[in-house]
Write a protein that binds this ligand. Structure first.
Ligand code: IMP
Length: 501
């Protein structure tokens, strides 16, 4: 006879936190959201921790290099999507790793004989008004000069003039040399009242531009997630098919951590992938999943996974439950797996962080997931709404939206995530293609979310995530009290339902 669970499985919206004692120290400024990313032994420190408990979903419409940079600057980590060629994924990883905070590779470059009307067209296209003039018009050509809007007056010119006659030439420029650091660049900028400092190598080839405004913004990212060489941290998604080729390329590009991305992770293929990575790249950390119960957790824990991802069917773009009839309410899955994780810790002395993946709709769902035992959450829809996400921004019916599509949709065709050996093809869809409301910059949105999480933690008397996990009091709510939870019995003036997301 089949096994039946006694209880129905529940999702986040069916739970609430009941406040605990709030003492004088329980203010948001005192709350730390630092959390382990990978397995560690009792008494030791994890090799990688996150400064905020958020990672981005392994998806084409979420985790490109731009989002990777923006998220690491705020203290989380992106997992660059794997449903692309090995070369392009490795190039994205390298872009995040090579991003030097405050150092920008010049993206508006011309040669000295470029006509001014072409420069003006370039400025209109890019919105950037500082133009590097190099011998061959490339970002790393020999630096000949810099042209800014202060160097020409459109109203007094025909447009046929050439840049070389108007730019500030190299000999009059103050530049940084090969060993320039952000702080020495800043000194030069301030001492010489510059807006932009070009940085060149020994052969006077342009390397970077440092902008005064970027130095200021660097100071605005106190949570930045950096490695020992002060490079941003980044992860990448892999699959259980081409790992022997993909992993070496990702490691070469500097990846900090990989995760096996699969809709269902309780499988022999995941165990084999983890084993291969541990044998060939002993230092590389590998997450695995997704699973939704203690049995799946135990299997991946024994296989050597460094963190384990929970969630089947709860994703906003996911139709797995409708197509295949598999899955489990996300809250119940997290609670069950957290229990198994704690037992494993008691038994072995090894703590394996768990990640709640998918189904986060309201910011408070993240706090619930953490209180239920998750160490961090993986988000797709949440990040897809931001400027830095790869999806196209467009206006639909008068609203600004971004595109967000599932990895199991016909658009992404990520067969490796869903395939069970039918031969490198997506046989049926498990995800949809959609629009989400455009929400602005990652930094502003993450700051607001973090503030909400910290405030709730203060209400619960917790200064750290582990205190929240140990002391939180959670209650299931009836369907009637769920209605009471939103604004009710009043006519809300703003009817877009964005006030609580
Ligand atoms: P969201 O944060 O609710 O949008 O869920 C994102 C998560 O959904 C991802 O991290 C994946 O685990 C999962 N996912 C991504 N694409 C698909 C799909 O096409 N079908 C089912 N699940 C998906």
């Amino acid at each position: 006879m089949a096994f039946y669970y006694n209880e129905p499985s529940h999702t986040f919206s069916e739970y609430l936190l009941v406040p605990g004692y709030t003492g004088p120290d329980n203010i948001p400024a005192n709350v730390s959201l630092k959390t382990p990313l990978v397995r560690y032994k009792k008494g030791e420190k994890p090799a990688i921790s996150l400064n905020i408990p958020m990672v981005s979903a392994v998806m084409q419409s979420v985790s490109g290099d731009r989002l990777g940079i923006a998220l690491a600057k705020e203290g989380g980590m992106a997992f660059i999507f794997g449903s692309q060629s090995i070369e392009s994924q490795a190039a994205m990883v390298a872009k995040v790793k090579n991003h030097k905070a405050g150092f920008v590779v010049s993206d508006s470059n011309v040669t000295p004989d470029t006509k001014l009307h072409d420069v003006i067209a370039l400025i209109e296209r890019t919105g950037h008004s500082t133009i590097a003039v190099t011998d061959d018009g490339t970002p790393n050509g020999e630096l000949m000069g810099i042209l800014t809007s202060r160097d020409y007056r459109v109203s007094r010119m025909t447009g046929d003039e050439i840049v070389g006659d108007y730019m500030t030439p190299r000999e009059k420029l103050i530049v940084g040399g090969p060993n320039t650091t952000l702080s020495s660049a800043n000194d030069l900028i301030w001492e010489n009242k510059l807006n932009t400092l070009p940085v060149v190598d020994e052969k006077n080839h342009l390397q970077y531009l440092v902008f005064r405004k970027d130095y200021d913004s660097h100071k605005e990212h106190p949570n930045e997630l950096l490695d020992e060489e002060k490079r941003l941290l980044v992860g990448a998604g892999i699959n259980s098919r081409d790992y022997a080729e993909r992993v070496p390329a990702l490691v070469k590009a500097g990846v900090d951590c990989v995760v096996i991305d699969s809709s269902e992770g309780y499988s022999v293929w995941q165990a084999e992938t983890i084993k291969w990575i541990h044998e060939n790249y002993a230092d590389l950390k590998v997450g695995a999943g997704n699973i939704v119960d203690a049995e799946g957790f135990r299997f991946l824990a024994d296989a050597g996974a460094d963190f384990i991802k929970i969630g089947i069917g709860g994703g906003s773009i996911c139709i797995t439950r409708e197509t295949k009839g598999i899955g489990r309410g996300q809250a119940t899955a997290v609670i069950d797996v957290a229990k198994a994780r704690d037992e494993y810790y008691k038994e072995t002395g090894e703590y394996i962080p768990i990640c709640s993946d998918g189904g986060i709709v309201y910011d408070y769902h993240m706090t619930l997931a953490l209180a239920m035992g998750a160490d961090f959450v993986m988000l797709g829809r949440y990040f897809s709404r931001f400027e830095e996400a790869p999806g196209e921004k467009l206006v639909v019916n008068g609203n600004t939206v971004k595109e967000y599509w599932g990895e199991g949709s016909a658009r992404a065709r990520n067969w490796a995530r869903y395939d069970l050996g039918q031969g490198k093809k997506l046989s049926f869809e498990e995800g949809v293609d959609s629009y989400v409301p455009y929400a602005g910059s990652l930094k502003d949105n993450v700051a607001m979310t973090i503030l909400k999480i910290k405030s709730t933690m203060c209400n619960c008397g917790a200064l750290t995530i582990s205190e929240l996990q140990q002391n939180a009091k959670l209650t299931l709510v009836s369907s009637t009290s769920i209605i009471e939870g939103g604004a009710h019995d009043v006519q809300v003036k703003r009817n877009d339902n964005t006030y609580n997301k």
